[in-house]
Design a protein around this ligand. Structure first.
Ligand code: CMP
Length: 145
């Protein structure tokens, strides 16, 4: 399987629960390598732009409000099949359907306040990574385990 990069967001609900480390730890434990990370508080314009694909959906306004309700931690994850692996570790979007052992089951609250975001395809991963890490601030290192 190819080495991929994907974007992860620890959302405001998980940040406020003190679960930044818990979320990132579960991703690292699954073999994903964090090659960039930073904390920021999204502006309304940033949240609207990031989730523009959902702008016709009924939950768009509420989603933008939620994503701007506190800081988030955005990271680039790297590894074999990283996009699917990240989504597997996150669990289903709707927390009530998330499997045991997933991040959303452990830290999510609802379909909206679902603790984490992960890119869903190589094309969106490229766009989402460039959205938050437009420069060359992605690191290269080998994991030693
Ligand atoms: P995420 O994986 O970041 O992608 C879009 C987000 O919209 C999703 O996680 C949820 O936070 C939110 N979302 C998706 N579906 C719904 C829904 N039906 N109602 C409210 N929020 C939703």
């Amino acid at each position: 399987m190819a080495i991929e990069r994907t974007l992860s967001i620890v959302k405001p609900d998980a940040v406020k629960k003190g679960a930044i480390g818990g979320c990132l730890s579960m991703l690292e434990a699954a073999g994903l390598k964090i090659v960039a990370t930073r904390m920021l508080h999204l502006s309304k314009a940033q949240a609207q732009a990031f989730y523009a694909v959902h702008k016709e959906r009924p939950f768009y306004g509420s989603l933008v409000e939620f994503m701007t309700s506190g800081p988030v931690v955005v990271s680039v994850l790297e590894g074999e099949g990283a996009i699917a692996k990240n989504r597997e570790v996150m669990g289903a979007t709707d927390v009530s359907k998330a499997a045991e052992g997933t991040i959303r089951k452990k830290y999510g609250t609802s379909i909206e306040a679902n603790a984490v975001h992960g890119s869903d395809a190589p094309e969106t991963a490229a766009v989402e990574i460039a959205f938050f890490f437009p420069g060359a601030d992605i690191q290269d290192y080998a994991r030693s385990e």
